[in-house]
Design a protein around this ligand. Structure first.
Ligand SMILES: C[S@@+](CC[C@H](N)C(=O)[O-])C[C@H]1O[C@@H](n2cnc3c(N)ncnc32)[C@H](O)[C@@H]1O
Length: 214
C-alpha cells in the first residue's frame, strides 16, 4: 500500500502512528491525488511519488525536532508540510498561510473532510498576516533558507523553533545568519536518508534554530 513507506518512516523515527493517523493520511492522499488532476496543485505525481517526495519530507521535520505547541506553516500550497504535521499531532493548533485561492480552496476541502480542529487558513501573503508568535515555524520550498530563517524568526516565540527544510550545503550560511539573529542550532540532520527518507524529495537536510538555552 502507498502509505507503507510513511508508516515505516514514522515507526523507525518514533513518530506517532495510530489507526486514526493512517486513515487520515489515506484520506489526505486520496484528496491530493484526486484534486491534483482537476486543480493542478502539485504537478503530475503518482500516489507513491506523493508519499516519497511530499509526505515523508513533511514529517521528517518532526523526526529532527517534534512540535510542542502552535505551528505556523508559511507558503503551505496544498498543505505541505503543515497538514501531515497536523495529522501526526492533532492536538496542536496550526495556521496555514497561503495566498493562492485555488490552493486555499483545496485546504478548506481537506480541513472539512478531515474535521481538523484548531486549524486556521490565512489566504494572505505572510507580510499581510497579523503578527503572532508560534512555537514551531516551518515552511517547505517557500523562501531561500537564509531568507526564511530571518522571516520565520519574527514569528517565533521565545521558547519556539524555526525549522529549515533544506540541503547540507546551506548549514554554514544558516548558522551564520542564526548568530546574527541571536539564535542557535537546536537540532540537525545533515542527511535525511539516515532517517530513512527516500532520496527523491527536495529536503536533504533539516535544521532547527531556537534561542540559546541557559
Ligand atoms: C513552491 S510552493 C511550495 C508549496 C508547499 N510548501 C510545498 O512544499 O509543496 C511556494 C508556495 O508559497 C506561496 N507563497 C508565495 N509567496 C508567499 C508569501 N509572500 N506568503 C505566503 N505564501 C507565499 C505560493 O503561493 C506557493 O503556494
Amino acid at each position: 500500500m502507498p502509505l507503507q513507506k510513511l508508516q515505516n518512516f514514522c515507526t523507525a523515527n518514533n513518530l506517532p502512528w495510530t489507526d486514526e493517523i493512517v486513515n487520515d493520511f489515506a484520506t489526505y492522499l486520496e484528496l491530493l491525488t484526486h484534486f491534483n488532476k482537476v486543480m493542478n496543485l502539485i504537478g503530475p505525481m503518482s500516489e507513491g511519488e506523493v508519499v516519497d517526495q511530499l509526505l515523508i519530507d513533511s514529517v521528517a521535520a518532526a523526526a529532527v525536532c517534534a512540535p510542542q505547541g502552535p505551528i505556523l506553516d508559511v507558503g503551505s500550497g496544498a498543505g505541505l508540510p503543515g497538514v501531515p504535521l497536523k495529522l501526526l499531532y492533532p492536538d496542536l493548533p496550526i495556521t496555514l498561510v497561503e495566498p493562492r485561492q485555488k490552493r486555499t480552496t483545496f485546504l478548506k476541502i481537506v480541513l472539512n473532510r478531515l474535521d481538523l480542529a484548531d486549524t486556521t487558513i490565512e489566504r494572505k501573503r505572510i507580510e499581510e498576516v497579523e503578527r503572532a508568535e508560534f512555537s514551531y515555524v516551518i515552511s517547505k520550498a517557500f523562501q531561500p533558507p537564509v531568507q526564511w530563517l530571518e522571516t520565520a524568526s519574527e514569528w517565533t516565540a521565545d521558547e519556539g523553533v524555526v525549522m529549515c527544510l533544506t540541503r547540507p550545503d546551506e548549514r554554514a550560511a544558516l548558522e551564520a545568519k542564526a548568530g546574527e539573529l541571536g539564535l542557535e542550532l537546536a537540532g540537525a540532520c545533515d542527511d535525511t536518508t539516515v532517517l530513512g527518507a527516500p532520496s527523491v524529495g527536495d529536503v536533504r537536510a533539516i535544521y532547527a534554530f531556537g534561542q540559546p538555552g541557559e
